[in-house]
Design a protein around this ligand. Structure first.
Ligand SMILES: [Fe+2]
Ligand SMILES: [Fe+2]
Length: 295
């Protein structure tokens, strides 16, 4: 008998897949003639190496606080997956630099944000340190709601194929997206394990949601200004983002906002969004994931 959706999810064992991508032939505008859509998605490559390394640091700090063995296993699987994600996106950043688009000024600001502002605070007593770790786990849980939302979008985005987006980049987005859907419960379950209070969840989203929007808007502006073929000629707007989303090349901004609000519903759990079976189905056919499995 085929498994039900909750059974598929409950049976998951999170394993890192050691994928490799070759970016040597990636064009600067990897969605042809769509520089705004390309760079809006490229913000992922700016944010994720620093962001996911920060997730890993937060989760390593949280490990000694975990008293449930199966949750600890999931957290370790999450750490393994996120570390490969960070490296995969870092390679795209390195490729942008070889194409004359220097991402380093923006990345330096992010490094300051994640390491200094959101990093571990020095000289805290044991209770304050525990509180600080749980607060940072709540920020990660809210961001992971959006990474799962984006992952689910990437898995269901035929517009990218219709627009003849670069196949290797689409595989990166869908492989990463599938693993985000696969591990979408881990940060939330860890937060609830450490503090089941509703207020913690709200605070996590109240900080992470607006911060993510701010970083994304700044990132799009930065990339369009730094693109040597555009020389700052294109000024992005929310209206244009909405129009591009209607062509299936970006998530709909209104749907993204609604998704953020769903996180605040009392009975919310990440398993209510996306499909583990679809994610595993993609990972079984992803060229990068299949090559990793064969190595
Ligand atoms: Fe990730
Ligand atoms: Fe993730």
């Amino acid at each position: 008998m085929p498994k039900t959706a909750p059974e598929v999810h409950a049976d998951l064992v999170l394993e890192p897949r050691d994928v490799k991508f070759d970016w040597s032939a990636l064009p600067l505008h990897w969605i042809p003639d769509e520089p705004v859509a390309t760079h809006t998605i490229n913000v992922l490559h700016l944010l994720l190496p620093e962001g996911e390394r920060w997730f890993i640091k937060v989760f390593k700090d949280a490990l000694p606080l975990i008293t449930d063995e199966s949750l600890r296993e999931e957290v370790l699987g999450f750490i393994g997956q996120e570390s490969i994600h960070a490296e995969a996106h870092q390679e795209v950043l390195d490729h942008l630099l070889t194409q004359g688009l220097d991402p380093r000024p923006y990345v330096r600001q992010l490094a300051w944000l994640f390491q200094r502002v959101l990093g571990e605070k020095p000289r805290l007593g044991p209770r304050q340190r525990r509180e600080n770790i749980i607060e940072r786990v709540a920020f990660v849980a809210a961001i992971e709601h959006f990474t799962a939302f984006l992952g689910n979008w990437a898995l269901n985005s035929p517009g990218l194929d219709r627009a003849k987006a670069d196949a290797t980049m689409v595989d990166l987005l869908r492989w990463h997206g599938a693993e985000e859907v696969e591990h979408r419960s881990v940060a939330f379950d860890l937060m609830v394990h450490l503090d089941p209070g509703y207020l913690r969840r709200v605070r996590g989203m109240a900080v992470s949601g607006p911060l993510l929007v701010h970083l994304w808007v700044r990132g799009v502006r930065f990339l369009l200004a730094a693109d040597p073929t555009l020389r700052g000629r294109i000024k992005p707007s929310w209206r244009e983002a909405w129009e591009i989303s209607q062509r299936g090349l970006l998530p709909d901004p209104v749907q993204s906002l609604r998704s953020g609000l769903r996180y605040l519903k009392r009975g919310y759990h990440p398993t209510q969004e996306g499909s583990s079976a679809q994610a595993l189905g993609y990972l079984a056919t992803s060229p990068a994931a299949r090559a990793a499995a064969a190595r």
